[in-house]
Design a protein around this ligand. Sequence first.
Ligand SMILES: [Zn+2]
Length: 398
Amino acid sequence: MAKRINLKLVNVARSDTVRSINRQIILNYIREEGPISRADIAKMTDLQRSTVSLIVEELIDTGLINEVYGESSGGRPPQLLSLKTTHAVAIGVELGKKTTSIATADLSGRILEKEQFLTEIDIDKTLNRVIEIIKHFVQKNNGSIEGIGVSVPGMVESWDSDVLIIPHLNWHHPGIAQKIREAIGLPVKIENDANAAALAELWLGRPKVKNARDFILVYITKGIGTGIVFDGEIYRGKNGVAGEFGHMTIGDNAPIACAAGSYRCWEAFASERAAVARYNALTNKTNGTESTNFSEIISLAISGDEKAQIALKETAKYIGIGISNLIQGLSPEMTLVGGKIVQVWDLVKDEIINSAVNSICQGYPSVNIIPSTLGLSPTLKGAFSLILANKFSLVRNA
Ligand SMILES: [Zn+2]
């Protein structure tokens, strides 16, 4: 797995045989602190100036970094080092239950170009469209694309293997990574959506989040997924399927059934579908079309609709109850909430936090629940983080 280097605790490797470790450390300093001077890198890493210069030349030669001029304080402007962000290096594919997005990104994780289409339940139709768009992006970028990262709303064994199941689309062993790999001929990494979103927070998030070594991302969609970061790395468990807290038992008689048919799971109480069911009950509507309706409920709540607000607040209460269980069991530094619900964070945050605090039995001091700030598609950013993490991490994804 690609572990994020803890720059605060790093012991600089001094032997030639581990020069590649120093190379990764310097590259990460430039990524996180850049634009930065050679002298500052030497100071922060305690490496010899000459060693830093040698590695920096190598990084410039391989096109990973470039020199920029800093602000002059009188004399010659200082030469600083920064990540080279002028071209696309990765493609991310976010295969969603409703929409599939494909984008290119530069080394810093900035989205350069994006295309979207509605996910079809027919695997071949969806995959052919994905492959067609990837081919177009690869050709357009003249060989600068190094790999393709894919996030899926399902269970994934490892970054290099494939999808076991996507419950909401009823796809079993769809062979997504393998088919893209064969059609494109580039490395393809694949990950569960909640894990991908957590990975994006770890690599591209705010400093407050990415400097945390342990955090949980609760990803609210039609279901609930959790990405667990433990010591700067995604915790995957056996067969990669850890984090299925969406199916922990929260109570009885939930407003909807979970993907597996139970009315007792967290997902049945606190997912987008649960909020839709509550709103439909309040307004005597039936047969809502799930995700579209959830977006409508968000819009209604923002425009002051009381029933939409009640449905969201009631759902938020159960999001908080579930999070209290995670906090008591795992004691993370912080818990992030991602998904469309973040658009109404001001409306739901007190409900989430208060119900989490009230559900915790032994008064933990650190109920630190914050919204994800990676926008509406943290999983898309997670998809190309799979490629970037592989590039920047010390332990290569085998
Ligand atoms: Zn369930």
